[in-house]
Design a protein around this ligand. Sequence first.
Ligand code: HDE
Length: 743
Amino acid sequence: MSDNESGDELDESVAQSQETNASQPGTSDDSDEIDEESKHRQLDEVRENPEGEDLTTDHGVEVSDTDNSLKASERGPTLMEDFHFREKMTQFDHESIPERVVHARGTGAHGYFQPYEDPDLGEYGDISDLTKAAFLQDPDQKTPVFVRFSTVVGSRGSADTVRDVRGFATKFYTEEGNFDLVGNNIPVFFIQDAMEFPDLVHAIKPEPDDGMPQASSAHDTFWDFASLKPEITHMLMWLLSGRALPRAYRMMQGFGVHTFRLVNEDGDSVFVKYHWTPKLGTNQLVWDETQTLAGKNPDFNRQELYDVIEAGYEPEWELGVQIFDEDEAAEFDFDVLDPTKIVPERDVPVRPIGKMVLNETPDNFFAETEQVAFHPGNVVPGIDFSNDPLLQGRLFSYQDTQLNRFNSANWDEIPINRPLAERHNNQRAGFMRQEINESTVSYKPNSIGDDDPQEVPEEEGGYEHYAEKIDGKKIRNRSESFQDHFGQARLFWNSMSETEQQNIVDAAHFELAKVDRPEIRERIVYDLFNNVDHEFARRVAEGIDVEPPAEPGDELPDHDAEDPTLSMLNRTGDSIETRKVAVLVDDGFDADHLETVRSELEDRGARVEVVAKVLGDKTSADGETVAADESHSTAESVLFDAVFVPGGADNIDRLREQGTAKHFVAEAFKHKKPIAALGSGVELLEAVELPDVDLSGDDDGVVSDHGVVTGQSSDDVTDFAARFAEAIAAHRHWDRSEKSVRA
Ligand code: HDE
């Protein structure tokens, strides 16, 4: 029996549940106002919790034995009449649904969106002059959201830390209906027209003959396609950069990619580009680290999202908009309808309008994360589309793909997809229809039902498409204004720091070295990269057995423009909140070192874990005990952002004998992570022989060199911890590039 339904209360509970269904979901408290909790209240109506309950069939019959099928005699065949067996097995046989054709692997979280507080900020905050969208107006209103982050290429069970674009899809449950902002963490796309999407995806997915490689672009068919599609070049630059290796979902930007429209009460429209900016900075993993992580914890990004939210942190992004009108758009040297282009922030700054906070993980992965279905066509009054041919194609594809995933047009009735806004129309039927629609008629016009439900005039909230004037010939072509394929790829390259440029070259070496056919590698170097930057093309060529081009490409853009906002190293942020720090200990450690550094880092929001060779209590030099959170068999440096070695002579004698402890430090060093050691802890660093690093902290007070922070036991441990925190905030210490040790 479910929660409050004991047998003799049945009549009443049926009546109650009918009443609940009749009122609109999420508003069963009789209020029309949407608040942060509205979606949770709506979901509460379908929650089931087996705690303390009896086992039943799907039809509510209590089950006496769920381990043995019903047989004709003790050792005889199973009987067809065993309804419990049939139901259990049928449910099992049908419990998988098709995975998403792209973005199959993902994870999600609940939260809210809130417009910024101060309308007096003028240029910032208040955008009521630009859009009438209700959820963007009131700084006191929190609109519930569900966000799903994803990789694109890999299948549902693939690793999180592959080189790939990340999806960043947000469903806003607004009072005017659902608005889905289905974006990515990279602001441009591979292709310019939706017609090319099946070809792109076929090329990048595992090759059709052998189904390999999984979740990777590093293979012949992708680079073959790329080499024949110069429009892809700008996207390739982003894909080869650290953007494709995010440290965490909470540390990546998001972009709407396309140009959209905002429309105000008067029907005036401006163009808009959406930006999500993470509060914790935009940070990446190191390539070698991503590969190790894919084995050590293929769920790394998913796990982290759950870990931090469940530990009480609330990942936050700022929503910003770039606004420009048609006249301004006409002045740009690219077409704003071309999704392979950004609107550079140096030309149109991003204007912050609100924040999104994620604060709750799903209760059920399938019901929420797997079944959430996004559709860029879900817009609310005040938000409209542009004619970007990629966006236009998406407006068809997402609805269509949900039919494939859910086998029914009623996917919008599934709890996670259900709007909080009221829904009334003449759609009545189809597979898995949930609603019981009460009226006699299901058509319009009708006289029997007073012609309800009624259309709503635009002034009263009815959605009206922006009345854009269109005048032209029906034509299948690619606009001339979409033909500059290298200008912004060059802008991106020029805007990178030397470290980032080197990372791009290294990534290209890996990707293209995986391409067997030399002619494909050549085309990439000569037809694409040599039109971005001649030196870049030569550097790539040298690593992949291609003759470096002697001359720059014919289409090399005639500019050296830069935009510092494009460099991730300008966006690392200065917070160490949610960074994960390992403390390596064994018996005999210095408890003051551990506790002071731990509390200093935790005060700044970091997560600190004690790592020892084996699990169990470790005893300090003074006889205090601390429990190891992880052992060397489960915790590797790749699972942490930084490592600290406290002093204690016995502690270090023991750690020095542990290959795994030395490996931990060496690997962290190789991955450019902050490392800190106090007092005799420095001896472990010496034992690892970190190249070219000043470890003199044990003589000269606290020293921080290339992200390695060392100090003497007599130093102010608080000050030492502050220096370590600075090194952690810097995230990765790229100046170690030439100094890596082989872990
Ligand atoms: Fe998607 N895309 N896409 N895409 N996309 C899907 O829809 C598609 C594009 C994006 O977490 C699919 O429900 C076409 C750009 C995200 O559930 C599918 C084209 C951007 C997600 C589909 C694009 C995206 C998807 C697969 C080119 C960034 C995951 C399953 C015309 C602005 C949503 C599904 C989630 C998912 C089609 C291009 C983002 C097949 C045809 C550009 C974040 O409908």
